[in-house]
Write a protein that binds this ligand. Structure first.
Ligand code: AKG
Ligand code: FE2
Length: 312
């Protein structure tokens, strides 16, 4: 299957109670704002759970481990210990100190946030996310309109439903996700938020990344035509590596003890940069092909990287 034209749905992923109490917690503890530095080009009134550890700690247990498992399976993301990779994830440890336990893998959140649509913010225009993989979980149904719009549903895109239960269905180019269903897609796929004509619509959105210090990122970018993600990473590394041996990075994921949290780790940006460059050199032809495809499809911008944690 092509990762850039399949929309994956997992019905009944979160219980309606969990969805409702996530909204309640957000409303009680903070307010929705568009001032986040995270989504530069496509601002949404949102609350980032990464900035609210109290809300995060309440909900991470029901969200992340399951999202992690689903995405790892859907996109065949290797675990660090799956060392049958051509040149091995061992590259990861050669770049620095792995913050991960051997039982964990290579996924982390760039951001995880709740978006609120209402008469002040009715829709989100078509865009691509800066993430490799994104997901949306509808949290409420007391509105008219809404839904997640996917451009590819007008063309070659398809929806793959994994598991049992009602998930809401497709209406034209819109996935009208039922409360609690998990909608996963490539961040490259052009999508947006359908117009809400009445009431309030809340959705949980996650931007998921593959660790940059591992081969995983290169393979994923190549396979999914996200050379923009690699270019940006390379630029960041270049900025970091001038005169520095060690760089710090922070991600949200599993730590060595198997618990969740923000993980700080260090690596040598020069080594990572050299390795990424080598890999890019070996892939020039593939790059041109996917870039042409990307340009042909690309009528809009990308959302911001949402990666505050990477600016050491
Ligand atoms: O509202 C939706 O269903 C999509 C939201 C989205 O694409 C985003 O916040 O990046
Ligand atoms: Fe998006």
């Amino acid at each position: 299957f092509s990762p850039s034209s399949s929309i994956h749905i997992i019905p009944s992923f979160l219980s309606p109670q969990t969805c409702a109490s996530l909204i309640t917690s957000c409303l009680q503890k903070t307010s929705f704002s568009t001032t986040s530095e995270n989504h530069v080009n496509f601002q949404t009134p949102d609350i980032s759970l990464l900035e609210h550890p109290d809300i995060m700690s309440e909900f991470e247990g029901s969200i992340w481990p399951n999202v992690y498992t689903e995405i790892k399976t859907l996109y065949s993301i290797p675990s660090i210990e799956d060392s049958n990779q051509p040149s091995g994830i061992s590259g990861f440890t050669e770049f620095g100190i792995s913050p991960y336990s051997s039982a964990s893998g290579l996924l982390s959140f760039l951001d995880l946030f709740v978006v609120k649509y209402d008469s002040n913010f009715k829709s989100l225009s078509m865009h691509r996310d800066g993430s490799l993989i994104s997901f949306t979980i509808p949290l409420s149904d007391g509105h008219e309109g809404g839904g997640t719009v996917f451009e590819c549903l007008e063309d070659n895109g398809r929806v793959e439903v994994h598991g049992e239960g009602e998930w809401g269905g497709v209406d034209g180019n819109k996935v009208k996700g039922k409360v609690g269903s998990l909608i996963v897609h490539s961040g490259k796929m052009r999508h947006g938020g359908g117009e809400v004509t009445r009431g309030e619509r809340y959705v949980l959105v996650g931007f998921v990344d593959v660790e940059c210090e591992a081969k995983g990122l290169f393979e994923a970018c190549k396979e999914w035509g996200r050379w923009d993600v690699l270019d940006k990473r390379l630029k960041e590394l270049e900025a970091k590596s001038s005169g520095r041996k060690v760089s710090k990075s922070r991600r949200w994921g599993y730590n060595r003890q198997g618990g969740m949290g923000g993980i700080d780790f260090t690596y040598d940006p020069e080594v990572v940069k050299r390795s990424l460059r080598e890999r890019l050199k070996g892939a020039e032809k593939g790059r041109r092909e996917t870039e042409i495809m990307f340009l042909e499809e690309n009528n809009g911008g990308l959302t911001g990287f949402g990666n505050k944690f990477n600016s050491s």
